[in-house]
Design a protein around this ligand. Structure first.
Ligand SMILES: [Zn+2]
Length: 301
């Protein structure tokens, strides 16, 4: 079957080419990103119906309304609200970097694809360690558990983050590029790549990437990261690329096996948005690890 092999590279190439053409024709970066991400998301939702990985994951688990609220708040509102903060820090950081290193460190003369790849490698290093910390430090896990709480994987899980964690996760995605003086075109390409990859990564599309699984942190790997079992899930932390997992020893791809069950062990984990906002602040630490709000439970237990 050819479709599972080419669906991700084909959609990604189409989206990156489109945003690049829009930028070349003078469309504002913010508009160009949304003009590609919205039809891209709808295409991915349609592909879940056309070529699902699991039929039962296409059925709503009462989570759709909550995920729409998460999508609007974590993926649209917070990045926009944070923009003035980033712009203020941009001015400070650019002055500091200029005094320390010279005018600008970013290789603006590189091909745009090479610039995008450089951005991915840099951002993924920070994201990898932030994500790994979120699984291994109880305080951070309390917030990250919101993202791991659904019992199925589908495209809208990409947007399910506690707002406090979303702000925290934006740091490695923005700070290095503010300091390096990255240009707006490369940033727009990065946010399209990041958005389309995240939607595919959590989607219920039947994808078979082959050797590309050693480059991208795509669905076949990321499903294991959402497993209920700690032996599976404390792996594959990569957001877009899997290279830092390979380097730091957390790459996990058991060939010939499929993930058993997704989510957290606590059957009472809230499904509504306000309940999920409050969840990190409820219960003491012992309770968190004992009754399953934390999914850190071992198969042998
Ligand atoms: Zn995680």
């Amino acid at each position: 079957m050819l479709a599972p092999r080419i669906v991700f590279p084909a959609v990604m190439a189409l989206c990156l080419t489109t945003v690049w053409l829009l930028l070349q024709n003078g469309v504002h970066e913010g508009i160009a990103v949304f003009a590609v991400l919205i039809p891209g998301a709808l295409t991915i939702a349609f592909l879940e119906r056309l070529m699902p990985y699991r039929q039962d994951w296409n059925q709503s688990d009462g989570d759709t309304k909550t995920d729409i609220i998460h999508l609007v708040i974590a993926q649209i509102s917070i990045p926009r609200l944070m923009k003035p903060v980033w712009l203020a820090s941009l001015a400070t950081a650019t002055t500091w970097a200029g005094q320390t290193y010279g005018p600008n460190l970013w290789p603006h003369h590189w091909n745009i694809v090479a610039q995008l790849f450089l951005m991915l490698v840099i951002a993924e290093f920070g994201r990898y360690w932030f994500h790994r910390a979120a699984h291994n430090i109880t305080f951070l896990w309390r917030f990250h558990a919101v993202h791991h709480s659904p019992n199925r994987l589908y495209w809208m899980n990409a947007g399910r983050f506690h707002p406090i964690e979303k702000v925290y996760l934006l740091i490695p995605e923005v700070v290095p590029f503010v300091i390096l003086g990255t240009n707006a075109e490369a940033l727009a390409m990065y946010f399209v790549f990041n958005g389309i990859h995240g939607l595919f990564q959590h989607s219920n599309i039947h994808v078979r990437l082959g050797w590309l699984n050693y480059i991208f942190s795509m669905t076949e790997l990321h499903r294991w990261h959402h497993s209920k079992w700690i032996e599976d899930s404390n792996n594959n932390y990569g957001n877009n690329l899997i290279i830092w997992d390979i380097i730091f020893g957390t790459f996990y791809w058991p060939k010939g096996k499929e993930v058993e069950s997704i989510g957290v062990f606590n059957p009472d984990y809230p499904k509504d948005y306000l309940g999920q906002l409050a969840a990190p602040f409820q219960g003491d630490i012992d309770k968190t690890s004992a009754d399953g709000i934390c999914h850190h439970q071992e198969k042998s237990v």
